[in-house]
Ligand binder design. Structure first.
Ligand code: ZN
Length: 315
């Protein structure tokens, strides 16, 4: 029996900081404040759905639950990854995520969250918050209590093509004017540390979680430098961006054709630029910017043709 690539229909989330850039991916967005495209999502707050083939109409959670062979019989009570594209028209609040151990105890058995960002596009001089400047926990607490945010938070300028690994315990925020693809553990456990004292339409501040944030923030904060690895496979340049305990993420730049093998339990491919097609056996599957494909376990040999850029991930 032929194993097909599964194309997923994303779920969109309106956010106060969202914009309209996701429309450039060919998506019909719900409003002018669309912040998140959940591309591969098997979460209670959002489920992406298969658009083609024999599993058409099933959610990623249903596939994981009832068709585990598609994932090489991996173990676990939920699909492990969540892939989003974020459009930040405004600064996002400054956050930190717990690790698995802390979340298990303090958040009802939830998972922690390690994530990473690939900057697809951004305005000139766009910035992220990435880490902090406190040298000890005492200094961290003192700076937070006195509201010395400008001194505490480490700002980093970004440009398209940059990549950032954000392990649990890292203070972080995406700044305005940034379009990023985020790969993360499938969890929503977030502690908000600072929200720039912004008020909503009703004049209210959003809730902060200072105590839990302070507990989980790593001190000192040393954002890790990633060494990337390149490999040229025919007309495909592959770049490994991160390999950690939770996921591996890479970039594919296709300019012609390349023959590949899918030997992982599953492979997620998000097309962020260009178009082309995938040839598997006698079948041809066209793809275009904005498509998200899952290649199941046992997919085997396939060929890519076209001009495209993709972010790929697997365990
Ligand atoms: Zn985060």
């Amino acid at each position: 029996m032929t194993i097909e690539p599964l194309f997923f229909k994303p779920v969109f989330k309106e956010r106060i900081w969202g914009g309209t850039a996701l429309a450039d991916f060919g998506y019909t967005i719900p409003s002018q404040r669309t912040g998140e495209c959940w591309a591969f999502a098997a979460h209670q707050n959002g489920q992406s759905v298969v658009q083609n083939g024999m599993y058409k109409g099933l959610t990623l959670s249903e596939l994981w639950e009832h068709h585990r062979h598609l994932f090489g019989q991996l173990e676990g009570d939920r699909f492990p990854l969540l892939t989003k594209i974020l459009d930040a028209d405004q600064d996002l609040s400054v956050q930190v995520h717990p690790n698995d151990e802390f979340a298990k105890i303090h958040e009802n058995g939830e998972l922690g969250k390690t994530e990473c960002w690939y900057i697809i596009d951004c305005e000139k001089d766009a910035e992220i918050i990435y880490g902090h400047n406190a040298k000890t926990k005492e200094e961290l607490i003192a700076m937070i209590k006195r509201g010395k945010w400008e001194e505490l938070l480490r700002r980093v300028k970004v440009k398209p093509g940059d990549f950032f690994y954000v392990p649990s315990g890292t203070v972080h925020a995406i700044g305005k004017g940034i379009l990023a693809l985020e790969t993360q553990q499938n969890s929503d456990t977030t502690y908000r540390l600072y929200d720039y004292d912004r008020k909503d339409e009703e004049g209210k501040l959003r809730e902060l979680h200072l105590e839990k944030s302070i507990e989980v923030i790593e001190v000192p904060s040393i954002p890790e430098r990633q060494t990337v690895h390149h490999e040229q496979i025919e007309d495909l340049l592959t770049t490994t961006l991160i390999e950690c305990a939770y996921f591996s993420v890479g970039k594919w730049k296709l300019s012609g054709s390349a023959s590949l093998m899918q030997q992982k339990p599953f492979l997620l491919i998000s097309v962020i630029e260009g178009e082309g097609h995938m040839i598997s056996g006698e079948y041809v599957y066209p793809f275009i910017k904005g498509d998200h494909m899952l290649l199941p376990h046992g997919f085997g040999e396939f060929k890519l043709e076209g001009y495209a850029e993709c972010i790929v991930s697997h365990l």
